[in-house]
Design a protein around this ligand. Sequence first.
Ligand code: C5P
Ligand code: MG
Length: 313
Amino acid sequence: MLYHIPWINMPVRTAIAIWHQLTKYEIPDLAKSSVLMRDRSRVEETIQAMHRAGPSTLQVISDFDMTLTRFAHNGRRCPTTHNILDNSLILSEDCRNQMRQLLNTYYPIEIDAARTVKEKLPLMVEWWTKVHELLIQQKIRKDLLSQVVKESSAMLREGYKGFFDHLQEQHVPLLIFSAGVGDILEEVIRQNQVFHPNVHIMSNYMDFDDCGILQSFKGQLIHIFNKREGALLHTAHFLELRDRPNVLLLGDSLGDLTMADGVATQHIVTIGFLNDQVEERKESYINSYDIVVVKDETMDVPNAVLNYITTGK
Ligand code: C5P
Ligand code: MG
């Protein structure tokens, strides 16, 4: 027998199905077609547990290039912090060509789904080392970096301001952990007016001589597959945040998943942006990240998760 709800002229069963559909997701952005999850209910349970624990127990750890910055805009690729330098006229034409050739050789290896991390790792070290050597030869001037970034087409993802400002308002620390160039990264967020006091950066920083000329890179090289070692080197930072065992982690490479290895986590939710080679890499991303955001140039998903954790809305 089919019961009807007369005032909306709909069978009860249909009305219940619609009600379930509408109330199924606490966070509607997670129902977007660009969002993939291997275990939706576990993700929602973890986010709810993080909300109950409150913003004072939260820290956010994020990659930079192609995670906080856009991968593409109007059909054109956006630059990484390294590419901002590669494209800049402060480098000689010969150096720019060599950097571009290196990018064309090594970037396809970085995103190759058919190669293991073990195979890729020495090649990535080779790429970063060659590029840093080329940059050092160019005797780059520190005082020109701000102009280099101003003239670049670097873009943070749509919704970035809400993300950075909300974390600042909620006093949630944001660690940006990048294998890019720290000095350029800082300039990008400074020029976008979001370099708030709660932002901490671990990256490859340039070392300038007394005349402000690049002479080397400081400390141990960070590339996309040694973020774990980088995290473990900065135990003091994580120790300071030991009362914040809940982590929201954002990345675009599988190597980014190790960025929280220095934290004794209670709850962690990982969001991975899958920007390129989608079909080839989809399965590994779904198996590795809790939430996979496919070809979406906005911060909508991280912002929605963050808002739910901090405000329950
Ligand atoms: O900030 P993040 O850790 O993502 O920075 C690493 C990214 O920089 C890599 O994904 C890589 O593609 C890019 N890269 C580059 N040029 C280089 C070295 C790395 O664009 N010379
Ligand atoms: Mg990245």
